[in-house]
Design a protein around this ligand. Structure first.
Ligand code: SIN
Length: 331
């Protein structure tokens, strides 16, 4: 074990790399303008935590991240982790889709080394910005031995979350990130303190390896509401291989849509009932006869995480609906 861990900090843009015209611009600013080196240059104390090496992989808002971006980030992080001189990786990322990238890494990296994804709700230029403290905490977590074998972690607002559970649940407040079962731990004075472990399989225990992936399936999400009609649904899910239906409550599907989704499943499109509430489980064969319709349900995964998981599950079990359903209960 080295005296100080060697951590690679990979920048991809987002608010953590943003700059406002004045310090009062906490929510309106230019995103993805500071390089990772510029962000770190304003944090002199960080060098006491670890030996840092930086890379600028992307420089864009995470609302733009598509499947190619996910694959690119995953491959790069995997490559960096294979270096024996590297003890961990911190990925700076926009907060909007941070939970999706983190979950993707959590399920596809084959390493026990810490990987911490981090963003900020306010740019470094803003009053009471969370950028420096979040990044400091992320590096502290990545550099610490107790963070090994935990899967991909997310640090925000002094909390350490598992990538499986964490979600952005507020559009502008500093305490935007939360996990339905609580964080795994805290960052206190530059030290991680863990109180819980992620229980579901991740990283080395999954069947997916980022290095083998060249393409991901097209999986769309449809947001359910009572007046949703077939035309609106078709417009938000054309040529798709699978569809996550973010239904109301316990994955409920409005009457006018049921026949469309039954037909889609008969035509080979995987249909997954999820809940737009973002919390709780969807009960199989509860509100709808999923067995009869050939539909799947999420366990407790919110629609955006269900999409990531299904894209991966389809790599190993393309048309096997039993195996796809099992993936929701395993991961
Ligand atoms: C983004 O996700 O890139 C923009 C918003 C943010 O980082 O907070």
């Amino acid at each position: 074990m080295r005296d100080k861990a060697n951590i690679v900090v990979i920048g991809t843009g987002g608010t953590i790399a943003g700059r406002g015209e004045t310090s009062a611009n906490t929510s309106a600013y230019a995103c993805s303008v500071l390089t990772i080196d510029e962000i770190l240059a304003a944090m002199p104390d960080v060098s006491s935590l670890a030996n840092l090496r930086t890379e600028q992989l992307l420089q864009t808002g995470s609302e733009n991240f598509d499947n190619e971006h996910l694959l690119k980030i995953g491959r790069r992080v995997s490559h960096v982790l294979k270096d024996d001189e590297v003890d961990g990786v911190v990925l700076t990322h926009g907060t909007d889709t941070l939970e999706e990238t983190a979950y993707f890494l959590h399920l596809t990296l084959k390493s026990l080394k810490p990987v911490v994804v981090v963003g900020a709700m306010r740019p470094p230029s803003a009053m009471s910005s969370d950028a420096a403290l979040n990044l400091y905490g992320a590096i502290a977590v990545a550099a610490h031995r107790s963070s090994w074998a935990r899967g991909t972690l997310v640090v925000a607002n002094d909390e350490i979350h598992t990538a499986r559970d964490v979600m952005k649940r507020h559009s502008f407040k500093l305490e935007a990130f939360c996990s339905p079962y609580g964080p795994l731990g805290y960052v206190v004075e530059g030290q991680p303190r863990f109180y819980r472990l992620p229980l579901r399989d991740h990283t080395v225990a999954t069947q997916w390896t980022i290095d083998d992936m060249t393409e991901l399936a097209k999986v769309d999400i449809v947001f359910g509401y009572g007046a949703l009609d077939g035309a609106a649904m078709a417009a938000s899910s054309s040529n798709t291989q699978a569809l996550i239906y973010a239904g109301t409550g316990n994955g409920n599907v409005s009457q006018g849509i049921v026949a469309r989704l039954v037909e889609a499943a008969r035509n080979g499109v995987h249909v997954v009932r999820a809940s737009r509430t973002g919390n709780g489980v969807v009960v199989r064969n509860g509100a709808q006869p999923d067995d009869d319709y050939g539909w799947l349900v999420v366990d407790d995964q919110p629609p955006q995480k269900a999409r990531i998981l299904l894209m991966l599950a389809m790599l190993s079990a393309q048309d096997d609906r039993g195996a796809l359903q099992a993936a929701f209960y395993r991961y």
